[in-house]
Design a protein around this ligand. Structure first.
Ligand code: BES
Ligand code: MN
Ligand code: ZN
Length: 486
């Protein structure tokens, strides 16, 4: 999708060549700044009872006098915040997306200024609305025709709005890529395909990439990651992508994604109901690919490395068994009490691997625990970090991106349950505080790192009728990366 800004002189709606005008109205009155014929039409719609000036309401008007575009959609926002403008924008776009609208002009009225955050929010809302999963569903038909969005702004707002649109456009590309990868079924999106798609992205964006195979992982001593992979006929892949926007000597930010392309639970097999959704268990990996794509487009002056541990978690005659003890790359041994707690087993080796980059900070992203779904629901991703400054930066990035996280505790007391009589630690700590004990497990592999963990088990995809990947937390991660540039 193309995004552009256009400075709006009074009367510009009369000349604007677009297929539709989306008018986002902020407040509970028709703003005085609107061109008179348009304002009259909106006022008439209100009078006729076709439009209530209440947040979330929309109205569809045709052939509005004084507006060149043949369609006008009015959407009411609660206030001028980016969140409210995004919600209204999404509601308005939902009205036009089924129509033949290719070029949509958007005017936000009733606010003093349209800032970068509002512009970014409108761009991501539009991209979200037009994404259609088609790869294994030819009958899904064509994606919505909407291909271009022009944001109408006052001259004083133009620079900010253009910057916001550019950021939104890059994030939208990253989100769309993450959604597409995560939506693909497990028999399509194998570790091998994930590596191939990462390569495709890296090549298109001019990033360096290496993919390590089983032999190389054995040589590195990744006994924990390989133990999860051993039950599957699909070979594991360890993907390392490099974005370089600063001198090689500048310590990189590192993103580590959980890339379980299907989580059956292994020998600790999951119940059948809803198991299909475990194709989304590579949502963390998808968000790393998507974020690197967005970052490559935005070109901040820093270095970012994206790392993905990808494999399947399957039962078989060669599979990891409850009670097995594995030796991680760090040298610490792990008693596997439940083969379904596999995410931490692959991430711990990835966290040890990234020590070699001497990172400025490391964030891992994982659909790690059902307990996090229970704790936070689908509103906030779970965020864990012993580092207050890093935690604050991630919270702020989440707010800026409208892709929020919530900080969870990491007190030493939670480590108790990970004790084992047969290894340095067990891989589970019991049901209470399950998201936290999972994070405590990872923490044991981060002594040399400035580290945070995002549990996206509830936020990476939606269940039910709207089942599908969300692309979260590409927005949060991209904002965090941008916030670290100086
Ligand atoms: N991928 C799952 C976590 C998950 C479950 C994400 C449901 C989203 C929805 C993870 O590998 C897993 O199975 N975790 C177990 C851990 C338990 C065995 C300690 C869980 O959460 O049940
Ligand atoms: Mn599992
Ligand atoms: Zn899993």
């Amino acid at each position: 999708m193309d995004f552009q800004t256009q400075v709006m002189a009074p009367g510009a709606t009369a000349k604007l060549a677009a297929d539709a005008l989306l008018l986002v109205l902020v407040g509970d009155a028709v703003p005085a700044t609107l061109d008179a014929p348009l304002a009259d039409s909106v006022a008439e719609a209100v009078k006729l009872g076709d439009l209530a000036l209440k947040a979330g309401k929309t109205a569809y008007l045709r052939q509005v006098p004084g507006v060149k575009a043949p369609r006008v959609v009015v959407a009411v926002a609660k206030n001028g915040s980016a969140r409210a403008v995004k919600a209204a924008g999404a509601a308005g776009i939902a009205v036009v997306k089924g129509l033949g609208v290719k070029h949509l002009a958007v005017l936000v009225a009733g606010v003093d200024a349209v800032g970068a955050a509002q512009a970014e929010a409108l761009a991501t809302a539009a991209a979200d609305a037009v994404y259609l999963y088609r790869t294994t569903k030819p009958s899904a038909g064509d994606a919505p025709a909407l291909a271009k969005l022009t944001l109408l702004v006052a001259k004083a707002d133009a620079a900010e709005a253009a910057a916001g649109l550019a950021r939104g456009a890059a994030i939208a590309e990253g989100v769309t890529l993450a959604r597409e990868l995560a939506n693909r079924p497990g028999n399509h999106c194998t570790p091998t395909l994930l590596a191939a798609e990462a390569r495709k992205m890296a090549k298109a964006q001019g990033l360096k990439i290496e993919v390590l195979d089983r032999k190389q992982l054995e040589a590195l001593g990744m006994g924990s990651f390989l133990a999860v992979a051993q039950g599957s006929d699909e070979p594991p892949k360890f993907i390392v992508m490099h974005y370089q926007g600063a001198a090689k000597t500048v310590a990189p930010l590192v993103l580590v994604g959980k890339g379980i392309t299907f989580d059956s639970g292994g020998i600790s097999l999951k119940p059948g109901e809803g198991m299909d959704e475990m194709k989304f268990d590579m949502g963390g990996a998808a968000s790393v690919v998507g974020t690197l794509r967005a970052v490559a487009q935005l070109k901040p002056k820093l270095n970012v490395i994206g790392v993905i541990a990808a494999c399947e978690n399957m039962p078989s005659g060669r599979a990891l068994k409850p009670g097995d003890v594995v030796t991680s790359m760090s040298g610490q041994t792990i008693e596997v009490l439940n083969t379904d707690a596999e995410g931490r087993l692959i991430l711990c080796d990835a966290l040890t691997y990234v020590e070699r980059f001497k990172p400025a900070a490391v964030v891992d992203i994982a659909t790690l625990t059902g307990a996090c779904v229970v704790a936070l629901g689908a509103v906030h991703s779970g965020m864990f970090s012993p580092d207050d400054a890093l935690a604050d930066d991630l919270l702020a990035a989440g707010h800026a991106a409208l892709d929020t996280c919530w900080r969870m505790p990491l007190d030493e007391e939670y480590d108790e349950g990970l004790k084992s009589n047969f290894a340095d630690m067990a891989n589970i700590g019991g049901r209470p505080g399950g998201a936290i004990t999972a994070a405590m497990f990872l923490k044991r592999f981060t002594a040399k790192l400035r580290w945070a963990h995002l549990d996206i088990a509830a936020t990476a995809w939606k269940s039910g009728a709207a089942k599908g990947a969300t692309g979260r937390p590409v927005g949060l991660l991209t904002h965090w990366v941008l916030s670290q540039a100086r």
